[in-house]
Design a binder for this molecule. Structure first.
Ligand code: FAD
Length: 475
């Protein structure tokens, strides 16, 4: 066994939580080790999540725009898809980014240990090295950033090459003729969009009564209308009760709204029914770290666990399971280790669904306000009334502000439309800065841009948006 490595901070897992923590701790002058089985840092986000999915969604966007251009007189021959080239390009995107992180790890003089960490006790790890053998790591502080794994459907047999999860779907082995996506959450819809653009007949089955449970229904409604064109079928209030692989394909029994008892046959099935925290770390029971009933590691506001030398961040430490939440928690945990007074207390964590159109929201949603009985005013601006949306031939959008009627503070922002994911940051900034709806209305936005919809939604609040006519209320 090589001699022990002794560091001030060790980070377990090199996703956007883990590598952000390791880099920041090194920038603050700590000696740092980062442990992960992959060749370079990146985690699920870069290798099997955000980045490969967005690379493929970019290709899907180009394909779908080439079809849509016919509406303004520009036609292209049907796109030819070189799947090997597309796959290599996606892999090259991942390689560039993860390779860059590897370089930065070296530049920061972080000890990168390729392997799987197990706790020996609350001050040391035994790492099973990817290259074989083991390495002892002694630490003053550890940050657990082991992320999450795809959830399974209890009772469904999924041991077939025709059944994919998000990881295998991103490998893009082929383009199935008929694909069933189980789960109408963001991962299923994003990957369904990719396969539909590449030529699959995609059907989506969702157990609840709507796509994207948790998002405001008015935003989802706009996506649902376009989804009718993108997907062959969207089956709501419907459950998959069995999957059987036979020679012709995968035979699926569905139960629910508008479904006959006859099994349907698909070439492939993608199971995307959510993600579960990955807190099953060997030896964790040799520490005082606690795990909740839902499998998340329990932490306080500084992301310290019940074991004072150990912190937890990212997907393993709670919802929302998003990369940017993980990397912000990383800073909180490292600040706490550095002895600063740190707490993770954001007013707004943005969520973006990169479908077509995109949906993005932050802060208080209308649904949440209703559920919690919070009195709010909602100001909506339809994209059909803004020049930029018309020039892009994408009037299918809407921007809304959720406002406190007494203080006029912006509490939440919701956007659906092409590029909503880029627009939402203005809402996050407004909420974090405690902006009033007046501030948003008075801020000059560049013309012609989609960002004007945020300003005009604020003007709608006051009843004098330039591009929306609202008859005066009778006194
Ligand atoms: P992860 O990125 O999950 O990384 C954890 C790392 O820990 C992994 O490399 C794992 O191998 C390693 N590890 C686990 N156990 C051990 C151990 N014992 N020892 C050493 N290493 C270990 N989020 C967004 O914000 N935007 C998106 O657009 C988006 N798209 C997504 C698309 C898909 C298809 C998927 C699957 C996820 C997507 N996510 C997205 C979610 C995002 O990937 C996660 O929220 C994010 O990766 C969580 O980061 P993390 O640092 O907590 O852990």
């Amino acid at each position: 066994m090589p001699s022990d490595i002794s560091v001030q901070a060790v980070v377990i897992g090199a996703g956007p939580g883990g590598y952000a923590a390791a880099f920041y701790a090194a920038d603050l002058g700590m000696s740092v080790a980062l442990v992960d089985p992959d060749t370079n840092p990146g985690g699920v986000c870069l290798y099997r999540g955000c980045i490969p999915s967005k690379a493929l969604l970019h290709a899907a966007k180009v394909i779908s725009e080439s079809h849509d251009a016919g509406a303004f007189g520009v036609t292209f021959p049907a796109p030819k898809i070189d799947l090997d080239k597309l796959r290599s390009w996606k892999d090259a995107v991942v390689g560039k980014l993860t390779g860059g992180l590897g370089q930065m790890t070296k530049m920061r003089k972080i000890t990168y240990v390729r392997g799987w960490a197990a706790f020996a006790d609350a001050r040391s790890l035994d790492v099973k090295l990817a290259a074989g053998g083991a390495q002892k790591l002694v630490f003053e502080h550890a940050i657990i950033a082991t992320g999450s794994l795809p959830s399974k459907i209890p009772g469904l047999s999924t041991d077939s090459p025709r059944v994919m999860d998000s990881t295998t779907a991103l490998e893009l082995a082929d383009v199935p003729g008929k694909l069933l996506v189980i789960g109408g959450g963001y991962i299923g819809l994003e990957l369904g969009t990719v396969y539909a653009a590449l030529g699959s007949d995609v059907s989506v089955v969702e157990m609840t009564d709507g796509l994207l449970p948790g998002a405001d229904r008015d935003l989802v409604g706009v996506l649902a209308r376009r989804a009718e064109k993108t997907f062959k079928a969207v089956m709501l209030n419907t459950k998959v009760t069995s999957l059987t692989d036979d020679k012709k394909g995968i035979r699926v029994t569905l139960e629910g709204e508008g479904v006959t008892g006859t099994p349907q046959v698909f070439d492939k099935v993608l199971i995307s029914v959510g993600r579960r925290p990955n807190a099953k770390i060997e030896g964790l029971d040799r520490t005082r770290v606690k795990v909740t009933d839902r499998g998340f590691i329990e932490t306080d506001g500084a992301r310290r666990t019940a074991e004072p030398s150990i912190f937890a961040i990212g997907d393993v430490a709670g919802e929302p399971m998003l990369a940017h939440k993980a990397s912000h928690e990383a800073r909180t945990a490292v600040d706490a280790i550095a002895g600063k007074n740190a707490a993770f207390e954001p007013n707004a964590i943005p969520a973006v669904v990169f479908t077509d159109p995109e949906i993005a929201w932050c802060g208080l949603t209308e649904t949440e306000a209703q559920k919690r009985g919070i009195k709010v005013d909602v100001a909506r601006f339809p994209w059909a009334a803004i020049g930029r949306a018309i020039t892009l031939d994408r009037p299918d959008g809407s921007t809304k502000l959720v406002v406190d009627p007494d203080t006029r503070r912006v509490l939440g922002v919701g956007i659906v439309g092409a590029g909503a994911g880029e627009l939402i940051s203005e809402g996050v900034l407004a909420i974090e800065m405690g902006a009033l709806v007046d501030d948003v209305a008075m801020t000059i936005h560049p013309h012609p841009t989609l960002s004007e919809t945020v300003m005009e939604a604020a003007e709608v609040f006051f009843g004098h948006s330039t591009h929306v006519y609202r008859p005066k209320r009778k006194p």
